[in-house]
Design a protein around this ligand. Sequence first.
Ligand code: DCP
Ligand code: MG
Length: 578
Amino acid sequence: MALISLSLRHAKKYWTFIAAVLVLQLLSTIAALWLPSLNAQIIDRGIARGDTDFIWSTGGVMLLISLGQVATAVAAVYFGARASMGVGRDLRREVYRKVDSLSTLEATKFGAGTLITRGTNDVQQIQMLILMTLNFMVSAPIMAIGGIIMALREDAGMSWLVWASVAVLAVIVGFLVWLLLPLFRKMQDRVDAINGVLREQIMGIRVVRAFVRENFEVERYRVANRNITDVSVKVGNIFVLMFPIIMMVLHVATGAVLWFGGHRVDQGLVEVGSLTAFLQYLLQILVAVMMGVFMTMMIPRAVVCAERIRELLDTSSSLTFPETATEPTPAAGRVVFDRVTFGFPGAEKPVVKDVSFIAEPGQTTAIIGSTGAGKTILLNLVLRLYDMQDGSITIDGSPVSALTREQLAKAVSLVPQRPYLFSGTIASNLRFGRSEASDEELWEALRVAQGDDFVRAKERQLDEPISQGGTSVSGGQRQRLSIARALVAKPRVYLFDDSFSALDVATDARLRAALPEATRGATRIIVAQRVSTITEADQILVVEGGEIVGRGTHEQLLATNDVYQEIVRSQLEEAEAA
Ligand code: DCP
Ligand code: MG
């Protein structure tokens, strides 16, 4: 069902191509069916009676029909390819858009691996099936039925031979396909498995090396590899059997036609030409039956793929943005959390509980707390990477859920805890949030982010290539580029998630000194590990277990807040020990 609805939905757009394929296939099949009977006429009327003119004229017609058949067949394949590739492209686009619209929660639920497979391999299977269907759906049945009619016209007396060989071939091929199907399904699973293992190992290669786990991982890969080899060998064995068996059926059928037909020619029941034509029709019929059975073999695999795609497309994203702007784009950047509560679905306790605070434009709001306290989630809620269950977050009075995607992106920039860069150049990454930024602006942002020195040391400076994920620069450099990227965007609200931890204390201090000037008037919310990073903040929020357990300036908290005192004390001890 999913297969049909998915293919048809997009196939509508290509109905001209599809119609062309069907017509061309019809013509080509008719031509193919015509040829043997003309051939028979040449033998029986031309050669037998020595009628050279007839041979020439019929031969000419045959040549034209053959050329026509080749031309229509080629054109049919061309249009078939256009239509099926078009459907594939549209499906891929739809899958991509859906993946793009999923919230963080839904995307994590599926997992990156299967999302990628669904958008590529699964779509490809459907695309293949459409191509095969278009090419054989019309031609195979017409070829089979037409072939039977034509064969009987040539010699009705041997009809039993047609039925018998079709039945034998169908049973044999059907049996082999029945053996193959479960193997194909297993193969698909094992391809998934080996991809999964390989993906994980490549991503974690450094960890594997660091913990000297190569042997264990090699063994894991070996098992996955052997599993897929086993099933592939089984499939191969059946294919090895399949072709000789099919050829044997064809040859036995040919022999039978010649044997029984020969006697009938002797008895004068049928002419030699008709017998030749009969044989050709029989072969055409058998080939058509074979194609039909092979095609049914492809369907189950495509059905599985279609169901996987359907499941993804049917996942309605919980994250919806308004289409058109109804609220003004925030111009000041006053962020207000009002009794915000968020928990992961299925989890017992919320990870953010009843959080209320106001971050004023031009001020720095710092958030500090132990690991797992919920700091990252708090920042992500502003950008709607997660949607809260209760309470509200507003920017300049507009609820974040009422802002369009563009408005939100323009108003807020996040420097994530784990910075991510895209393949391209330093400049292309920095211009991510504002493509029209000038080179001077990029250098200025780099200067504030304390990254200008290392970029200047690069051979190609701003045009220095960056590899996928940003793995060609160090962790600290990635963090600085990520900070610079946010600065270039010039939003109203900056969210720094633990963005200074990879910086040494002196660099951290220089950055903090430069930041207020560079982000003047904007709201800064900074998650920090080090107390020294936030001593000058206008307000500090101490978060513990998803709740705010203290707020105030550094001095106020130092005097009154137990949790804050504890954090300060532990960091002082660390500093002394070092
Ligand atoms: N959590 C979860 N599933 C996720 C992310 C987080 O269940 N995909 C839980 C684990 C934590 C809690 O949410 O207990 C808060 O996570 P945060 O990432 O917000 O924690 P912090 O940012 O405060 O911690 P850190 O300082 O380590 O970054
Ligand atoms: Mg965090």
